[in-house]
Design a binder for this molecule. Structure first.
Ligand SMILES: CC(C)(COP(=O)([O-])OP(=O)([O-])OC[C@H]1O[C@@H](n2cnc3c(N)ncnc32)[C@H](O)[C@@H]1OP(=O)([O-])[O-])[C@@H](O)C(=O)NCCC(=O)NCCSC(=O)C[C@@](C)(O)CC(=O)[O-]
Length: 303
C-alpha cells in the first residue's frame, strides 16, 4: 500500500455526466446555476457539457448556451466532451479549459456510444488532440468500461492496457479509468489501474466510478491506496450513460468528500455548501438526492 495522498483533486461531472441522461428538459439556467453553486462550494474542476450529436444526446444540445452563461471564476477549470473534430471546433467559441475525448475498453460499447470501433475512435481523436494542444487546451481521455461492459460482460485488464497505450500514442496527457456501469470491486478496479499505469504515471490518471452496485466509495479507497489522487464524482450522485442501460449515477461528490475529509485528506471543498448544491439540483429534478451523506446531513439539519 502506498502512503495516502494528502490532497485530492475532484472533478464534478454532474452538469455533464449527471444530467446527460435526464429525460425531462433541464433548462440551461438551472445547469448554469448548478455550475455556480459547485464553484461556490470550492470545486476547482467542473465538467460542464458535451459537444455531441443532439440526436444522440438531446440533453446536451444547449452546450453553447450553458458555457456562455457561466460566470467564470479564476482558478476553476471548465471541461467539455468532444468526440470528434466537429465537436471540438464547435466548442472553441466557448473557450473550454480542457477537452475530453472518450473511448472504451470494450468494442461493443465503443460502437453503441460513439458509433465506431476502438481503432476508428483513436483515428477520430488524434486530430482533436493535436488541434487542442496547438491551442493550448488541456486534453483528457476517458476510458469507459474498464471493468465491465453492458454488452460484453467482464472486461479484462489487457483491453484497458491496449486502450491506454492507444491514448498515450496520440498524445492524450491524462486518462480517466471509468467503471461505467458500476460493477467493479476494489481488486478489479486496482487491476484496471495497474493496466493503465503501464502507459501513464500515477499523476496522470484519475478514477471515475459509478455506484450501481454500491461499490464506488470502496473503489475510491482502493484507488487512493494505490496513490491515485484525482477522481471524478457527481453532485447528488446524478447520472448515468444513455448507452449503459440500468447503470446508475456516478459516486456522489458529497460521499467522496466525506470519505476524504474523514481520513484527513484535503479537498478544498466546503461539504455543507456542496450538500446545498446537491439539494438545489435534486429539487429542480423533483427527486431525492442519491448521496447517502447528503441525506444524513439534511435529516440532521431538520431534526
Ligand atoms: C460521436 C457521434 C457524434 C458520432 O456519430 P455519427 O453518426 O457516427 O457521426 P457522423 O460523423 O456520421 O455524423 C452524423 C450526424 O451527426 C452530426 N455530428 C457528428 N458529430 C457531431 C458533434 N460532435 N456534434 C454535433 N453533431 C455531430 C453530423 O453533423 C451528422 O448530422 P446530420 O448530417 O445527420 O444532421 C455520436 O455517436 C454521438 O454524439 N454519440 C453520443 C456520445 C455520448 O455523448 N455519450 C455519452 C458520453 S460518454 C460517457 O458518458 C462515459 C463517460 C465519459 O462518462 C465515462 C464513463 O463513465 O464510462
Amino acid at each position: 500500500m502506498n502512503p495516502l495522498p494528502h490532497r485530492v483533486k475532484l472533478v464534478d461531472v454532474g452538469p455533464r455526466d449527471g444530467l446527460q441522461n435526464e429525460k425531462q428538459p433541464v433548462p440551461a439556467a438551472v445547469k448554469i446555476e448548478l455550475v455556480h453553486r459547485l464553484q461556490d462550494a470550492g470545486l476547482k474542476e467542473i465538467e460542464v457539457t458535451s459537444y455531441v450529436s443532439p440526436k444522440w444526446v438531446p440533453q446536451m444540445a444547449d452546450n453553447h448556451e450553458v458555457m456562455q452563461g457561466i460566470q467564470r471564476r479564476q482558478g476553476v477549470r471548465y471541461s467539455v466532451l468532444t468526440p470528434n473534430l466537429k465537436g471540438f471546433e464547435a466548442s472553441l467559441a466557448d473557450r473550454p479549459d480542457e477537452i475530453v475525448v472518450f473511448g472504451a475498453a470494450s468494442e461493443a460499447f465503443s460502437q453503441k456510444n460513439i458509433n465506431c470501433s476502438i481503432a476508428e475512435s483513436i483515428e477520430r481523436f488524434a486530430p482533436v488532440v493535436e488541434a487542442a494542444k496547438a491551442k493550448g487546451i488541456a486534453v483528457r481521455g476517458a476510458m469507459s468500461c474498464t471493468v465491465g461492459c453492458p454488452y460484453e460482460g467482464d472486461v479484462p485488464p489487457s483491453r484497458v492496457e491496449y486502450l491506454a497505450g492507444l491514448m498515450k500514442g496520440i498524445g492524450v496527457e491524462h486518462v480517466g479509468v471509468a467503471d461505467t456501469i458500476g460493477v467493479g470491486t476494489p481488486k478489479k478496479v486496482q487491476a484496471a489501474f495497474d493496466a493503465t499505469l503501464k502507459h501513464y504515471d500515477i499523476d496522470s490518471v484519475s478514477g471515475h466510478f459509478h455506484d450501481t452496485y454500491g461499490q464506488a466509495v470502496g473503489n475510491t479507497l482502493a484507488a487512493l491506496e494505490m496513490g491515485v489522487w484525482q477522481f471524478d464524482a457527481s453532485v447528488a450522485g446524478l447520472g448515468g450513460c444513455p448507452y449503459a442501460k440500468g447503470a446508475t449515477g456516478n459516486v456522489a461528490t458529497e460521499d467522496v468528500v466525506y470519505l476524504l475529509h474523514g481520513m484527513g485528506i484535503d479537498t478544498g471543498i466546503d461539504l455543507d455548501a456542496l450538500i446545498d448544491a446537491g439539494a438545489y439540483i435534486s429539487e429542480q429534478l423533483g427527486r431525492p438526492t442519491n448521496s447517502r451523506v447528503a441525506r444524513a446531513v439534511l435529516a440532521k439539519r431538520k431534526a
